[in-house]
Design a protein around this ligand. Structure first.
Ligand SMILES: Nc1ncnc2c1ncn2[C@@H]1O[C@H](COP(=O)(O)OP(=O)(O)OP(=O)(O)O)[C@@H](O)[C@H]1O
Length: 597
């Protein structure tokens, strides 16, 4: 019998019956999955329950970031929730699907081996494969002057510490598509800057016009970091004045801006196969955050003879939307023989603890991780207390008050600089270890310390995170800012955007959140000097190795992990699995569930 609670539980599909009902009751399927499956099967006259189940499961898979449903793995992947449910037998399931009208026109579903796709993702994955194969199949770029290239490689990447980067740049010059992969501080940006100088010189030697370069990243914050880092590199004495003048000016933009946003669509852009981007080189940073859909749009917009440099760390969390594109490309393009690898392994930033810790996490070495957390030296701290609030208050409040003090004095520069010193990262938005709770906790600390009750949403020193692109205002998802008092007493919010420093009246800002704490997902693409990571409880489904790795690697200098040994062990033992077919398409291998290691 349906209880009162169930009637109000939006995850339950009360009209469902049979398998769909059983899977929904067990929590494997959400009501939305069941509704899509019920409507599609009804529309196309499909009565087989196992097909309806597969359809609901493929919708569920897409919701959690998979591009397809691997019919051979879904039962294991459902874990305890799936135990005792009426799973169809494998062969019968495949036969029912193959005979189903859902695989016929208008093809809402596509089946490939044992991978079941929603049509949109199938189309996008095939297009990405086709475009990448076509790019790799062309004759390689012509090197105008090998001797000059050799000399420039040794000038821009001078000594043995640059060996990996020199080799990566040499590889990238000689192919149309390069995936430049490496962990934090391995010198990816340094390599990009040197590579651009090499390409600009080669363009000059070939008598071509000035190289047209596009720098892009999935978020405004990541784009701004890329531009700043490349400019910083170009100031180094490895760059000659000619290198700098050959490259001229460039700005980094979000991928959406590069491709040209269209008011009528969020997934189609002004630049596409019929209106390609004009650039000779397109560099995309933080490619791990790029979804399959965005990669499809990017690949159709770049000219075949544009060098495409995809930069990123394949061990980080994948995109919020479906796909694990960077990890698939790192494996698929190289293993498939389409391109040569350009991988950087040596960290130059943290000579020490954080880089070593990140490697131990990536390689799933729990004993080493725990030893490093407990005896990691000055840069790594492990807070294992049951109630860490007092420890955190003592550690974090001085930084929070420094932002407030600068903001109260109207000093936006210092307030923003102080904001970059520290990030408090949570896995979840809600719950005891979530962003909401910790934002309120920090606000309570401020009140206790200053007697300011912080009645208003907008208060002096309120740090904010922009949560949606606002093209009118020129601020983008991921930009951060601080609320500062002006001399006339009014408040202005100063935001570090990829267009530079902007300030607004608080009333103009809609999509912002308080930034005393933020989610690890939202922190992708940014870093802070010091990072505190609040590990969720062991029961959290978000707790994965990739989440932990991404959180740690947001720290430039110091990291503090707050949680239990059990939570650390659970995180290491669990990978964020996404079913995709891109790697197999590029290598010609069989289906498998995609892990990111
Ligand atoms: N070969 C090298 N020898 C010494 N220092 C280097 C070398 N390459 C880069 N660095 C320095 O190491 C730091 C990290 O380099 P870079 O920013 O290029 O790495 P990255 O992989 O882009 O980092 P992240 O992804 O974390 O932003 C920089 O301060 C850079 O100047």
């Amino acid at each position: 019998m349906t209880t009162m609670m169930e009637e109000y539980d939006s995850s339950l599909a009360l009209a469902a019956s049979g398998s769909l009902r059983a899977f929904n009751d067990a929590g494997v399927l959400h009501a939305a999955d069941v509704h899509v499956a019920s409507r599609l099967t009804a529309m196309l006259g499909e009565t087989d329950e196992s097909v309806a189940l597969a359809c609901a499961l493929v919708v569920r898979a897409a919701r959690s970031g998979s591009v397809c449903l691997d019919l051979t793995a879904v039962r294991d992947e459902a874990g305890d929730d799936g135990a005792g449910l009426p799973w169809p037998d494998q062969d019968g399931w495949l036969a029912a699907l193959n005979a189903s009208p859902l695989l016929g026109p208008p093809h809402p579903l596509r089946l490939e081996d044992t991978r079941l796709y929603l049509d949109r993702y199938w189309q996008e994955e095939k297009q990405v494969e086709r475009d990448l194969r076509a790019r790799a199949g062309q004759p390689p770029p012509v090197i105008a002057d090998e001797a000059a290239l050799h000399a420039a490689l040794h000038r821009l990447f001078p000594d043995a510490s640059y060996d990996e980067q020199r080799a990566a740049a040499d590889t990238a010059v000689r192919q149309w598509t390069t995936v430049l992969s490496g962990g934090p501080g391995t010198g990816k940006t340094t390599t990009v800057a040197g590579l651009l100088a090499l390409l600009a010189e080669q363009a000059e030697k070939a008598g071509d016009r000035r190289l047209r370069v596009a720098l892009a990243a999935p978020t405004g914050k990541a784009a701004a970091r890329l531009e700043q880092a490349v400019r910083h590199e170009m100031m180094s004495d490895r760059f000659s004045p000619q290198d700098t003048s050959r490259l001229g000016g460039f700005n980094a933009r979000t991928l959406h801006m590069l491709l040209g946003r269209r008011p009528d669509s969020s997934t189609r852009f002004r630049h596409n196969r019929d209106n390609r981007l004009p650039h000779d080189v397109v560099v995309v940073d933080e490619t791990s955050m790029v979804s399959l859909t965005m990669m499809a749009r990017l690949l159709e917009a770049v000219r075949p003879q544009t060098r495409l440099i995809l930069v990123g760390d394949p061990y980080q969390l994948a995109s919020v939307e479906a796909g694990a594109v960077l990890a698939d490309l790192v494996d698929g393009l190289v293993a498939g023989g389409h391109v040569n690898a350009a991988e950087l392994r040596t960290s130059h930033r943290f000579g020490s603890e954080i880089g070593v810790l990140a490697s131990a996490v990536r390689e799933n070495r729990p004993a080493d991780v725990l030893t490093l957390l407990r005896d990691g030296g000055e840069r790594v701290h492990f807070v294992e207390e049951d109630d860490p609030r007092e420890t955190l208050r003592a550690a974090l409040l001085p930084g929070v008050l420094a932002i407030r003090e600068a903001a109260e004095a109207g000093d936006a520069d210092h307030a923003l600089a102080a904001l970059e010193n520290h990030r408090l990262l949570c896995a979840h938005r809600d719950g005891p270890w979530g962003v909401e709770r910790w934002n309120r906790t920090v606000e309570r600390w401020i009140t206790e310390e200053t007697d300011d009750p912080l009645w208003d949403t907008w208060y002096v020193g309120r740090p904010v995170l922009v949560t949606a692109n606002d093209y009118g205002l020129g601020i983008y998802n991921g930009d951060v800012g601080v609320t500062v008092r002006r001399s006339d007493g009014t408040l202005r919010v100063h935001i570090n955007s990829s267009r530079g420093r902007l300030d607004f009246s608080p009333a103009r800002l809609g999509n912002v959140q308080t930034l005393h704490a933020m989610t690890i997902h939202k922190a992708q693409g940014s870093q802070a000097t010091e990072v505190t990571v609040l590990m969720p409880g062991e029961e959290s489904r978000l707790l994965t190795r990739e989440l932990f790795y991404t959180a740690i690697t947001r720290a430039e200098d110091r990291v503090r992990i707050v949680g239990s040994e059990d939570a650390v062990r659970v995180a290491l033992g669990r990978q964020a699995l996404r079913a995709t077919g891109l790697r197999q398409r590029l290598t010609g291998e069989d289906t498998e569930l995609r892990g990111l290691t």
